[in-house]
Design a binder for this molecule. Structure first.
Ligand code: NAP
Length: 315
């Protein structure tokens, strides 16, 4: 039986960080292998217009931007494969990535696995998720709620953006937030709160998504944290936008993570992990900036680090 080949560099993830790392390592003739998970293109594929990525004065569709990056990576010799990394052995050399259907050997690894939407965990949320009225993506599902009332849970930029996007379709958008002011940037908050279709439901936490019996959302019960009073919002759609959880679990025993699960890079670097030749990039290692452009920047840094490491240790 022939032994499995050893990759120069394996990049895990196809968001902005992963694809930028692929463009750089591809251009360095390293023939990168990119492992693609369940959301090809990452979080930007679930966004509508990206207005703040430099170089696009008129904005660019999130899906289009990711497709452009993918084409650019492919042009420089990147290979793409579907694989879910379940665990790793970073004590071995080459490094081992244990996937559901095989083991991949790599001299260097760039982890750019991003982050997944956080859920509230309230009754009804799980039961009615996906096609039954609970969702985390207005861009994907907003059009299903034409002329209906919907609720967005959260107070950050995502919640404000989702609420504004939903005004294109919905008759009314309740913005349910647990405090009395939004965390979102001023421009987004002002835009959302000034919109005639958006009603802010302040100081309120969601307690139950109603409609499990019928198999479709019929309302969202919320509780005012100051008065304790409950109220049912008569909505057909519930959009959860309360932040994200980093996708770092398969690597957590091998690399340092903080209390929230984000990778903690070595001092003096944004991308160098505790294991030589293994780098982290993008939202899985960044809980502060979390922007497409900062993720791309980290992908670039990780690629340059990997390239130098391989040059020193034999590519
Ligand atoms: P975020 O800034 O972390 O905001 C999460 C929101 O959800 C907060 O308002 C938080 O409340 C609330 N929340 C958290 N857990 C909750 C729970 N269990 N129940 C109820 N509410 C809960 O997350 P984000 O909005 O996804 O934004 C993430 C990053 O991406 C930010 O840096 C943001 O600026 C950026 N972003 C930018 C854009 C843009 O520029 N167009 C668009 C989207 C996101 P508290 O406020 O009380 O903590």
């Amino acid at each position: 039986m022939s032994s499995p080949s050893i990759e120069n560099v394996v990049i895990i993830g196809t968001g902005c960080a992963g694809l930028t790392a692929a463009i750089y390592t591809g251009r360095a003739n390293l023939s990168p292998l990119v492992l693609e998970g369940t959301l090809p293109g990452g979080q930007l594929t679930t966004t509508s217009e990206v207005e703040n990525f430099p170089g696009f004065p008129h904005g660019i569709d999130g899906f289009q931007l990711m497709d452009n990056l993918r084409q650019q990576a492919t042009k420089f010799g990147t290979r793409f494969e579907q694989a879910a990394v379940l665990s790793v052995d970073f004590d071995s050399s080459p490094r081992k990535l244990i996937c559901s259907d095989r083991v991949i050997l790599a001299k260097s690894v760039i982890i750019a696995t991003g982050a997944s939407p956080r859920m509230t965990g309230i009754p009804g949320e799980k039961e009615l998720y996906g096609g039954k009225g609970v969702t985390t993506c207005a861009t994907c599902d907003g059009a299903f709620y034409r002329k209906m009332d919907v609720a967005v849970i959260g107070g950050g930029d995502s919640a404000a953006e989702e609420a504004l996007f939903l005004t294109r379709f919905a008759s009314k958008v309740y913005l349910v937030h647990r405090r009395d002011s939004l965390r979102a940037s001023k421009i987004m908050a002002d835009r959302a709160l000034a919109h005639p279709k958006i009603e802010a439901v302040w100081d309120s936490v969601p307690v139950e998504v109603e409609g499990v019996q019928q198999g479709a959302v019929s309302g969202l019960k919320v509780r005012n944290v100051k008065t304790g009073a409950d109220r049912v919002l008569p909505v057909k759609g519930v959009f959860v936008a309360i932040g994200h959880i980093p996708n770092t679990k398969p690597f957590a025993s091998a690399l340092k993570t903080d209390d929230d699960g984000y990778f903690v890079p070595e001092l003096g670097s944004q991308v160098r992990s505790q294991v030589p030749g293994v780098y982290v990039a993008g939202d899985c290692a960044d809980h502060i900036y979390r922007q497409a452009i900062t993720a791309a920047g980290m992908g670039c840094q990780a690629a340059i680090e990997a390239e130098r490491w391989l040059a020193e240790h034999g590519a």
